[in-house]
Design a binder for this molecule. Structure first.
Ligand SMILES: [Zn+2]
Length: 226
C-alpha cells in the first residue's frame, strides 16, 4: 500500500475526475452526486492511485546484492563480477578491470566482506559521481559545489554541508537511475536553499517533477533524507 495525500474538490460539472500530481491524489467530484456516490468514487480513485504508485514501486527496484562468489554486481556506472579466493592469510579486495578479487581469510564474516567490497566500489565510482554532480550543477544549479564523495552510510541517502561538500550513500550505486537522479537533485538544491523550506521543494519540483513519488519510494525502502 502506497502512502499519499488526497485533495478533494467539488466541481460544477457532471463529471468527476482524478489525477496524480507529484504523488498527491487530486480528486474533483461533481456537485450532483449524493454522499454514497461520492464515497464510491473516492474509493475507486484511491484504488486506482494506489495501483499506479505501487507500480512505480515495482519498477524502481533497489537491488540488494548478496555478495557471493561469481555474482555480477550491476551498478549505475559499471558492472563487476566477484571472484572469491579462499584460504588466504588476510581479507583483501583487489580490483582488476571489471573483476573484483576477494581474498578470504578463514573468518568468513559477511558484514566485513560486504563492507570491504563496498569501499572498493565507492572508490572506483568516485570520478563518476563527481562528474555526474558537476554536470547537473552546471545544468540546473550553478551552486558552489566542493567535494563529492560516496560514503558507506545506510539510512541517510545523502547530505550536503555548508561548505558545499556532498556525500551520497554508496548503497545507492544499486538504486534505479531515476531515484539516483532525484537524490543528486535534492542534495544539489541544498547548495541554493540550505533547508527544507517551501522554496526548497518548489525548486526541486521544477527540476524533478516526479520527486514526491521518489520520496515515497525512498521512505518505503527505509531511507530518510539529509
Ligand atoms: Zn535535504
Amino acid at each position: 500500500m502506497s502512502s499519499f495525500q488526497t485533495k478533494i474538490r467539488i466541481s460544477k460539472g457532471f463529471n468527476s475526475r482524478a489525477r496524480l500530481n507529484n504523488g498527491v491524489l487530486d480528486i474533483s467530484l461533481s456537485r450532483y452526486l449524493n454522499d454514497v456516490q461520492k464515497k464510491e468514487i473516492i474509493d475507486k480513485f484511491t484504488v486506482w492511485a494506489d495501483k499506479k504508485l505501487s507500480n512505480i514501486d515495482r519498477e524502481w527496484q533497489l537491488w540488494q546484492p548478496d555478495f557471493h562468489d561469481g555474482e555480477i554486481l550491476r551498478t549505475l556506472n559499471k558492472n563487476y563480477q566477484l571472484v572469491f579466493h579462499k584460504n588466504e592469510k588476510k581479507l583483501k579486495i583487489k580490483l582488476r578491470g571489471n573483476f573484483i578479487d576477494v581474498f578470504l581469510d578463514n573468518d568468513l564474516d559477511k558484514v566485513k566482506i560486504r563492507k570491504s567490497i563496498m569501499n572498493v566500489l565507492a572508490k572506483d565510482n568516485q570520478s563518476f559521481l563527481t562528474y555526474y554532480l558537476k554536470e547537473l550543477n552546471k545544468k540546473f544549479f550553478h551552486g558552489e559545489l566542493n567535494k563529492c564523495l560516496f560514503r558507506n552510510q545506510n539510512s541517510r541517502f545523502g547530505s550536503c554541508s555548508r561548505k558545499g561538500n556532498i556525500n551520497i550513500s554508496s548503497k545507492l550505486l544499486f538504486a534505479p537511475k531515476e531515484v539516483f537522479f532525484y537524490i543528486c537533485v535534492h542534495e544539489l538544491a541544498h547548495l541554493i536553499h540550505f533547508n527544507h523550506s517551501k522554496s526548497f521543494w518548489r525548486f526541486v519540483a521544477g527540476i524533478d517533477p516526479q520527486y514526491k513519488e521518489k520520496e515515497v519510494w525512498l521512505k518505503n525502502n527505509g531511507w530518510h533524507f539529509g
